[in-house]
Design a binder for this molecule. Structure first.
Ligand code: UD1
Length: 433
């Protein structure tokens, strides 16, 4: 039903105050399945309350793990009794990260039967060849059935040297999950360096694994026979923080983005400064001050520490109202500009040619009914709504729920005129919730 919900924004308010950042979605989505690797209890704190995490917890539950929510952001996972190795498409179709159950089940039991994952549509295919290459290199037999179930099995996993042909966050994580229980040394070369890779490594090490080098492009893993329970707090979400930084920059105002790791934000901070936004860094917070029209800049998305592709749509909104012409080069995904059509309804002037978008800054956006094409596109629509004159209604809120904990409450808390509207009858009746 949430699919029917809308977020309604009356734009034009300056944003002032403080926004607290939740735990990192993409770290949580790797850490939750990693709890399978031990028979003891893992307590995970600062877990973001988002639908992607709920789905991962449900999958754990179906596999036979006991999942106990201690409060909104803390869970205890007891995977002692996990006895199934199959995750059907009904469960994997909702999100990409469901494929981390392949690595985790393979690591603990030497077998996994997991349907191909769903996830955001960035145009073109989202291959898993590097995951498969990694599992095979560890000694697993991997086959993909006609009905798209990935079967991975091994009597014993053996550490090995794996060079990734492309820098892949998902493949790096999946290989780490399997390799922590392999015999001997695994070396992942050309590994992804995202903050959530480091967070997963820290979580695994606090379970007794021996993972070194996470955050560099060579990760070394000495396999261990047993892993144990732990208590762990997830890092703040880089992309959620970046989204609110850009929202404050675009809408104008004075907003303290609280509970962040400023080092993780460097590529975003640098671009905002280039656009003439005032950014002040503290130990665990960043202050954004913006009171005039931003200036243009160019962006090329890259694996970490480059500018994150998951911030590209939000940044495009800022550049839509910037002075001058900006160019975005999307180098991670084949086509991640579907949202441009929605922004055009609001008066943005963007031309897309393949992986390049040319944005002619306009002075104003105007409110319109738009839809979220995917998670980050949805966040971009909300930022556009904050900036635009008049009312913007964002449909397909279900995508936004996947990755933002209480986005409406957080933005309303800094003065945005934003509310969620629950549509109980698609024909006409509207309920405000
Ligand atoms: C993760 C993020 C996603 C983000 C992306 C890039 C999660 C749950 N999702 O996705 O939000 O946009 O990182 O930062 O963390 N590739 C291959 N073969 C493979 C795997 C990937 O060719 O086996 C390619 C992809 O097509 C893409 C590039 O590598 O062009 C990066 O993909 P990858 O880093 O794997 O992204 P995800 O882990 O799926």
């Amino acid at each position: 039903m949430a699919f029917m919900d809308k977020i309604v924004i009356n734009g034009g308010n300056r944003l002032t105050g403080k926004i607290d950042i939740s735990g990192a979605k993409n770290a949580a989505l790797a850490i939750v399945p990693a709890a399978i690797l031990t028979k003891e209890i893992c307590r995970i704190e600062n877990l973001p309350d988002i639908s992607d995490v709920s789905i991962m917890l449900k999958i754990l539950n179906t596999l036979g793990a006991h999942v106990r929510m201690i409060n909104r952001n803390t869970v205890e996972i007891d995977a002692r009794n996990v006895q199934f190795y199959t995750v059907p498409y009904e469960q994997t179709k909702h999100l990409r990260a469901s494929y981390y159950f392949i690595g985790a089940l393979l690591g603990r039991f030497g077998k996994a039967h997991v349907a191909m994952p769903g996830g955001c549509n960035f145009g073109g295919v989202r291959p898993i060849d590097q995951h498969v290459k990694g599992f095979e290199s560890l000694g697993a037999k991997v086959s993909i059935e006609e009905n798209a179930i990935v079967n991975a099995e091994a009597d014993t996993l053996f550490g090995s040297a794996i060079y990734l042909d492309t820098v892949s966050v998902g493949a790096t994580i999946n290989i780490m999950l399997a390799a922590v229980r392999a015999k001997g040394l695994t070396v992942i070369e050309n590994a992804a360096k995202e903050p959530h890779i480091v967070d997963l490594a820290n979580f695994l090490n606090s379970m007794g694994a021996d993972v070194r080098g996470a955050g560099t492009d060579v990760i070394k893993i000495h396999g261990v026979e047993e892993m144990h329970g732990c208590s762990y707090s997830i890092i703040p979400d880089q992309i959620e923080a970046g989204t609110y930084m850009v929202a404050a920059a675009a809408a104008g105002g004075d907003v303290l983005i609280n509970n962040v790791i400023p080092k993780h934000m460097e590529s975003i901070t640098a671009k905002l400064i280039e656009c003439g936004i005032e950014v002040e860094e503290f130990d665990d917070s960043i202050l954004i001050k913006s009171d005039h029209r931003p200036t243009r800049c160019n962006i090329k998305t890259m694996p970490h520490p480059g500018f994150p592709t998951d911030m590209q749509p939000q940044m495009a909104v800022l550049l839509s109202i910037a002075e001058g012409t900006s160019i975005i080069n999307e180098s991670v995904w084949d086509s991640r500009f579907r949202y441009v059509e929605q922004l055009a309804h609001m008066g943005a002037c963007i031309k897309v040619d393949g992986k390049i978008a040319v944005i002619e800054g306009v002075e104003h956006l105007k409110g319109a009914p738009v839809k979220a094409d995917d998670l980050r596109a949805g966040a971009a629509m909300i930022i556009a709504g904050l900036v635009a004159s008049g009312t913007t209604e964002v449909e397909n809120v279900v995508y936004i729920d996947r990755g933002y904990e209480d986005i409406v409450g957080k933005l309303a808390g800094v003065g945005a005129d934003i509310r969620r509207v629950r549509i109980t009858d698609p024909e006409s009746r509207i309920q405000i919730s």
